[in-house]
Unconditional design. Structure first.
Length: 421
């Protein structure tokens, strides 16, 4: 009888835990899906390009990261910041806040949260698992989980953050040690992040704006990026760095000449840049909505507002494009003239993609039903076009991007969104 009662108790507790985990998973997917989906799409497309039949293998990529510390550090940072908004949404899902008040052990909650965070690291785990074995893949997933949880944690104190940093440094040690460090640190950091997920953030300081209405609004959008979406801005920079690292690996490992290296740079880097700019474009549209009361009360024409947003996006695309070229050029091209040419190409490529992404998202989101997003209808084709256009047209793809963005400008600036400002 005692054994039967014990088995019944275990069965009930297991069922309750499964129900709790399923509820937390559903709310987490709803909250983090819009942020994680484009990341996984970009990783899948980039992996299909790099790890194709004639490309490198996962073992080659892992050995390149081990052999060149700066490449490994850049790709680690790129992965961590690429997932940061999704991890923040996963931990801070509002739909799951009521679970904290349920009569269940607290460790059930943060253990379930940790399992979801570990699952979110799937592509990273798969890369290292295929490249160096399941043990290394599990270690990479646990270390990344600890670092992600520490990055989004609002818990006071530095103890859990220093522990996560120590786990990150343990990655340089042999795999069993890194796995043990990740297994010890990740639960502690996830618990701290979960407990303080809904804490208030610090207040913001005021800032001065200069210039006319268009320039001032563009500065406001830039401040919104820096203050409310700082992680997104940094993540966009690391998307550019990720595209640069993948371009360098593809060009060096395949022994490509200067012309083919430029095409690979425009293709792979362009796909990553579209994903980086898509996040900034969505934040720009959100900033426009937040500033609608100011522009309406100030008598600012909608055309000025669109022009300011476009100016901010052009600056972001130009900067990220130059960042990519500054990394790829010295490593893949001989001489100063080819590097300068690549910088010029990427200035136009980045600006063209930025204008295309922003104007395209603005157009499709204006027609989307309330509460639903159609961003994928611009992001998906944009990623595919940025990969295929340089392969088909070479450097002329830069002109295509600028021409396409220019063609979209009248449709948006001259009032296709009549009645919606």
């Amino acid at each position: 009888m005692p054994n039967r009662a014990r088995r019944a108790t275990i069965s009930v507790m297991t069922g309750r835990f499964g129900l709790l985990f399923a509820t937390l998973a559903r709310s987490g997917v709803r909250a983090a899906g819009p942020a994680l989906g484009p990341v996984y799409v970009g990783v899948f497309i980039g992996g299909a390009v790099l790890f194709g039949p004639s490309g490198m293998t996962a073992r080659d990529a892992c050995q390149a990261m081990r052999g060149a510390p700066w490449v490994g550090a850049a790709l680690w940072l790129a992965w961590l910041l690429a997932l940061l908004p999704g991890v923040r949404a996963l931990i801070g899902a509002r739909d799951a806040a009521w679970l904290r008040s349920q009569p269940v052990p607290g460790w059930w909650l943060w253990l379930s949260q940790g399992a979801l965070l570990f699952a979110a690291e799937g592509p990273w785990i798969l890369l290292w698992g295929r490249g160096e074995g399941p043990l290394v893949g599990a270690a990479a997933g646990l270390v990344a989980t600890a670092l992600h949880a520490a990055a989004v944690s609002r818990a006071p104190g530095l103890g859990h953050r220093l522990a996560a940093l120590a786990a990150g440094l343990a990655w340089l040690a042999p795999a069993p040690f890194a796995l043990g460090a990740g297994a010890l640190v990740a639960p502690v950091v996830v618990r701290a992040a979960w407990r303080h997920a809904h804490s208030a953030s610090a207040p913001l300081r005021s800032a001065r704006l200069r210039g006319g209405a268009t320039l001032a609004l563009a500065q406001l959008i830039g401040l919104a990026w820096l203050r409310a979406r700082r992680a997104r801005l940094v993540r966009s920079g690391l998307w550019a760095a990720l595209g640069a690292g993948m371009s360098v690996l593809g060009a060096v490992n395949n022994h490509l000449g200067p012309e083919r290296a430029v095409v690979v740079s425009l293709s792979v880097g362009g796909a990553c840049l579209v994903l980086a700019l898509a996040g900034l474009a969505r934040d720009t549209l959100a900033a426009e909505a937040d500033l609608a009361w100011l522009t309406a009360s100030s008598g600012v024409a909608p055309r000025v507002r669109v022009g300011a947003s476009l100016l901010a996006m052009l600056a972001a695309g130009l900067g990220l494009g130059v960042l990519h070229a500054a990394v790829v050029g010295p490593l893949c091209l001989p001489g100063v003239a080819p590097i300068a040419r690549l910088l010029g190409l990427w200035a136009g490529w980045g600006a063209g993609l930025a204008a295309f992404v922003y104007l395209g998202l603005r157009s499709v989101e204006a027609r989307a039903p309330a509460g639903k997003s159609r961003a994928f209808w611009i992001i998906g084709p944009g990623v595919l076009a940025s990969i295929l256009a340089p392969s088909l047209a070479g450097e002329a793809a830069v002109g295509w991007a600028l021409a396409g963005a220019t063609a979209l400008c009248p449709a948006v600036l001259l009032g296709r969104r009549r009645g919606r400002g």
